[in-house]
Ligand binder design. Structure first.
Ligand code: GCU
Length: 679
């Protein structure tokens, strides 16, 4: 497979030097009872070892245990599991333990869990161990997810297009569903299960009311049936005005009994189709979407009505906090917290609030959203974006692991030191009955699913960090590189290093020093720092850069928008002093003069140019690094990545030249030395 379809589940034939060791440990799979999840687990092991060992490994149902047996199951499905020293109870309902043991004098490997889905996750952990070069005879891995709901959000429309999708069309073929099962649905579920993703929102948050009609529920139900053995639950985005938009009620006012009754019936209908349906995701009163505000009701009134309809079925309601629509004078960064803070504590207990990682909108760099730490009585779902809307879309190499990690590790100090965003998402800082983490998917009909091999890493790292938000981006990148390309150590370390540097490189050539939203209008691809004429003030890049003759940056201190006051005093102290803060956030919080002295001794104007140059230089370096890897990568993927790096390098120059030319014009200063005014 040179087209990337197999993602990280490539199962390449093992090197001759490892073959014997692995064969000795994998002579037979022992399964007990059968059910759909254990069947897919068995299929995965058989397929993987057939490919890696280039021979069939027999499958036995119970019976005598011999050397090299791999015992796969729960204490219920395979009773011998109960006799082994595995400490299963502490692993909960999705955790697993994979362990090499001596049992009755035989060398065996156990892949064990309390539930079948835990067993499936354990099989993928075992496979990863083998794929990444682990010792097959000495394994002891136990793991349980730290976050309960680990969700992909597809921004897929019913016409097959994908909002902010850069990998082709939607993989849901609504026309041939529910009858035809495209093999992709199964491979999608396998990929997700392999990284622990356990829920998927099928459709765009800008939701078409039709998703709730019988025809679409039948299609969604078929997908849910396909995904069920893989532990992947289906959720749907719903349009708040669905009942009236579908012509079934006169209004969608949440206080109207007919509207409440409609949603109750609709929820029951959904659960008739999909008995283990996850719940609804709602974007309301945001960017033109309808919502309770249209009827002078609050977000809580709207969310609670839907939550009440779902509650009898055990469903949850995820309400998005992505709102910004008040008067022109308000800093957009402050709006979500201002709107939701007064409502904290008034939501039903099956409501979760889904919050983007930063206060604006998935920018290459943002500080964490102050909702983390300030909203304490409502469970918060972290929303990341895997699709690189603002990070060069399909072609630019930007590994998002470090971006996710930076946010998760940030200490909010909400309940003293150690109240990191990660601790909040895990429900440790403020305990809640349910925890969640979500990300906007980058998946489409492209042969490689994600419009470029390195984009696969972003799907991968999200799943791994959703399972364990404390894992490091570097460790996850290493696994991904080994599984996606090769375990050759020099290649692995070089490529991991390149990936780890990549988001900072992109920040440097696009939006250094905490600049944000400098993108061109609409498509968000390429630079547009000069754009100032859009309808809503907060859509204009000039609103964010505030560049003029005297200086640049957004003053978010007390004498500016005072957005900084939404953070704890400890966090404020980190950002308040422009001479002392981490300069990567300088222009997010401060408006400074072009001559502002940086820690390097340079002026801001010089430093800005330096950052842009450094970003461009690094994109050139990436091409050189990649060229040295030719021997390790198949021709097709090598060439595609090579071409994408060239595009990135060319566009990094475009970003630098366009931004510096604009800033030089408004600053009324010549370009710093060594820069030519572009033609
Ligand atoms: C961004 C994106 C939109 C999307 C919105 C959202 O603004 O550009 O396409 O609808 O986020 O998250 O709802």
């Amino acid at each position: 497979d040179e087209d990337g379809y197999d993602l990280w589940l490539r199962y390449l034939p093992l090197a001759q030097t490892r073959l014997k060791d692995v064969e000795d440990c994998v002579r037979a799979f022992v399964f007990g009872a059968e059910n759909p999840t254990l069947t897919v687990a068995r299929d995965e092991l058989e397929r993987a070892f057939f490919a890696m060992l280039v021979k069939c490994v027999p499958v036995r149902e119970g019976g005598g245990i011999s050397d090299g047996a791999v015992l796969v199951g729960t204490p219920d499905s395979l009773p011998v599991i109960a006799d082994l020293d595995l400490s299963l109870p502490e692993l909960g309902k999705e955790g697993y333990r994979v362990r090499s043991l001596i049992h009755e004098g035989k060398r065996v490997t156990a892949i064990a869990a309390n539930t079948d889905i835990g067993v499936l996750y354990g099989c993928f952990a075992f496979l990863r161990h083998i794929q990444t070069g682990g010792d097959p005879a000495r394994i002891d891995i136990s793991s349980a997810p730290k976050v309960e709901l680990r969700l992909l959000n597809h921004w897929d429309n019913l016409d097959g297009s994908v909002e902010r999708g850069y990998a082709g069309f939607s993989i849901w073929d609504w026309w041939t569903l529910p009858d035809y099962v495209n093999r992709r649905y199964i491979d999608y579920a396998r990929a997700n299960a392999s990284i622990g993703i356990n829920g998927t929102v099928l459709n765009n948050v800008n939701a078409a009311p039709e998703i709730l009609t019988e025809a679409y529920l039948a299609k969604a139900a078929r997908l849910a049936d396909i995904f069920r053995p893989y532990g992947l639950k289906v959720f749907l985005s719903v349009n708040f005005a669905s009942p009236s938009a579908l012509g079934e009620t006169a209004t969608s006012d949440p206080a109207d009994p007919a509207v409440q009754a409609w949603w109750k019936d609709k929820a029951s209908e959904v659960y008739r189709w999909i008995p283990d349906f996850g719940g609804f995701l709602v974007k309301a009163n945001s960017e033109g979407q309808p919502g309770p505000g249209d009827y002078d009701r609050s977000h809580a009134d709207g969310a609670n009505m839907l939550a009440d309809a779902l509650a009898p079925h055990g469903g949850i309601l995820i309400w998005r906090a992505f709102v910004y629509a008040s008067d022109a004078g308000t800093d957009r960064a402050t709006e979500a917290l201002n709107e939701f803070k007064p409502l904290d504590g008034t939501f039903r207990n099956n409501v979760l609030l889904q919050v983007k990682n930063g206060p604006i909108d998935f920018q290459p760099r943002e500080p964490f959203s102050p909702i983390f730490g300030q909203i304490t009585k409502t469970p918060l779902v972290m929303e990341f974006q895997i699709t690189k809307e603002y990070l060069g879309q399909a072609t630019h190499l930007a590994y998002l692991g470090p971006v996710f990690e930076e946010v998760l590790k940030f200490d909010t100090h909400a309940r003293g030191p150690g109240s990191t965003v990660s601790e909040i998402v895990k429900g440790k800082t403020f305990p809640h009955p349910v925890t969640g983490i979500a990300a906007v998917a980058n998946i489409g009909t492209d042969r490689d699913w994600t419009g470029g091999t390195f984009n696969q890493a972003n799907w991968y790292v999200f799943g791994r960090m959703a399972w364990d938000p404390d894992e490091t981006a570097a460790a996850i990148a290493e696994d991904w590189v080994k599984m996606t390309f090769t375990c050759e150590p020099g290649f692995v370390s070089t490529v991991v290093e390149m990936m780890m540097r990549s988001p900072e490189t992109l920040v440097n050539y696009m939006m250094p020093f905490g600049l944000h939203h400098q993108v061109a209008t609409g498509h968000h691809y390429g630079p547009g720092p000069w754009v100032s004429e859009l309808d809503r003030p907060e859509w204009n890049p000039t609103y964010y850069n505030r560049a003029d003759k005297d200086g640049i940056g957004f003053n978010r201190l007390a004498d500016g928008s005072n957005a900084i006051a939404q953070y704890s005093p400890e966090v404020q102290a980190l950002f308040a002093d422009p001479h002392a803060l981490d300069e990567r956030y300088l222009l997010w919080f401060h408006h400074v003069s072009w001559d502002f002295p940086l820690s390097s001794g340079k002026t801001l104007w010089q430093g800005l140019a330096e950052r842009y140059d450094a970003g461009v230089a690094e994109t050139a370096r990436m091409i050189d690094i990649w060229d040295q890897q030719r021997a390790h990568v198949d021709g097709q993927r090598f060439a595609q990545i090579r071409t994408f790096l060239e595009i990135q390098h060319r566009e990094a120059q475009w970003w630098r030249d366009a931004c510096l030319a604009y800033f030089s014009a408004v600053a009324q200063r010549p370009l710093p030395e060594g820069h030519k005014q572009p033609a």
